[in-house]
Design a protein around this ligand. Sequence first.
Ligand code: S3P
Length: 427
Amino acid sequence: MRMAITPARRLVGEIQVPGDKSISHRAIMLGSIAQGDTYITHFLMSEDCLSTIRAFRQMGVHIQIVDSNAVIVNGQGLRGLKAPQAAIDAGNSGTTARLLAGLLSGQNFSSTITGDESLRRRPMDRVIIPLRKMGAHISGVQDKYLPLSIGGSALKGIDYSMPMASAQVKSCLILATLYADSPTRIYEPAPSRNHTELMLQAFGGRLDTNDGYITAYPADQLHGQQVHVPGDISSAAFFITAGLLVPNSNIILKEVGLNPTRTGILEAYKEMGGSIAIENVSTSGGEKRGDIIVNTSHLKGTVIGGQLIPRLIDEIPVIALAATQAQGTTIIKDAQELKVKESNRIATVVDILSRLGANVEATDDGMAIHGPTPLKGNAVDSFGDHRLAMMAAIAGLIARGETTINGWECVNVSFPGFYDMLKRLQN
Ligand code: S3P
C-alpha cells in the first residue's frame, strides 16, 4: 500500500500513543508461564505482539483479547506449556523469536521457530551460541538463521559476556535460566532495556543486578500480575520529532514510558536544543512513566555514540531526520547494530533521507548528517521496515510538495493507528 503525505502547517494537541511493544511481549510471555491470570491493560495490539499471542496459544495457553487494548492471560505455570503442533511463526518480530528461543530451550518438548523474510535474514547465532553453552539442543540454518529447531533439554547456568548490548539476548538467557539447574551471570557492555528484569521480579522471580552484571536464577513458580503498559517511547519518538520540526507546534504525549534505559532520545534532543519537558511522573511495575511536552525548536548538530546508543537504538531513523534540520553536523557512531534490524538501517535511512534532499552519508558504524537542508517530497520505500515508514511520514510533514511511501502497511508491526493520530494533531 502507498501512503501520501503533504506538509503540515502546525501540530497541536494531546495524544496517548499505544502501549510499549517490548513490555507487551514480555507480559504475554511471563503471564503464560506464571501461575494464575495476568491482566494486561494498554497492551499494544500490533502485528508483532499478535505473533507472541499466537505463539503461546499454539502451546495451549488461553489468551483472551478483551478489547482493543486489554488482554487476560490464563497462566499455565512454568511447566504447563504444551508442544506446539506446527512451527511457531514470529512474523517480523525479533523479540518474539529471540526470547522464545530461550524459553523453549528448557521445555520437555521440541519446537521450531520461523519468521518472515526480514526476520529470516537476521542473526540468531547471538542466541544459539550462549544457549548451547547452557546445554540447549538448538540449531538454525547455517547455525545462524531461522528456522530454529529446538529439542527441549536440561539446562545449566553459565557465565556469559555478551559481545553486544542486546536486551533480546539478555532476556533470552534470563528466560532460559528459569528452567536451568543453576544461576546464569550475564555481562552487558552497555545497559540495554531492562523490562524483562523488572517484570520478572514483579512476577516473583529472582534476579540480581550489579555494575553491568545480571545474575538470573532458576524459578519454581511465577505469579500472575496486573500489568498496565506505559505508552511506547519508540512510538512517541515520531510525534516528539514532528513537534520539534513542524512550525508552531505544541504536543502533549500522555503517559509515555520513561524507563531510563529507553530515554536516550530525550537526552539527545535536549543536547540538540529541543524544547522537551516532562510532567506527571509516576512508577508502576518498576516502570517509570510521565507526560512529554514538546514545542517547535531550533536544533543544532551533536554527536551520538557510546553507551547512549542502546538507549535510543530504535529511534535512530527519526533522530537522523531531525538532524537534517539541525544547524551543523550530527554524527551517529558505535551503531553497527543498525545493520541487523528489520532492515539495514544505516543503508535504508541514508537512502530515504537522500531521496528527500538531505545531505547524509553512511559510515561504518552509523552516519553523518549535515544540516540544515530543506527537504523535497519524493517517492520513497519503507523497505518493509515500520520505523522507516513512519520516519518518512514525519519527513513528509516538513518536505515541500508530496511525499509518497511505498509499502506503508508495515506500520502495523508496531503502531496501527499511527496515521489517524497524525491527522488528529493537524486539525
Ligand atoms: C528489544 C530490544 C532491542 C530493540 C528491539 C526490541 C526488546 O533489540 O532494538 O526493537 O524488546 O528486547 P536488541 O536487544 O537486539 O538490541
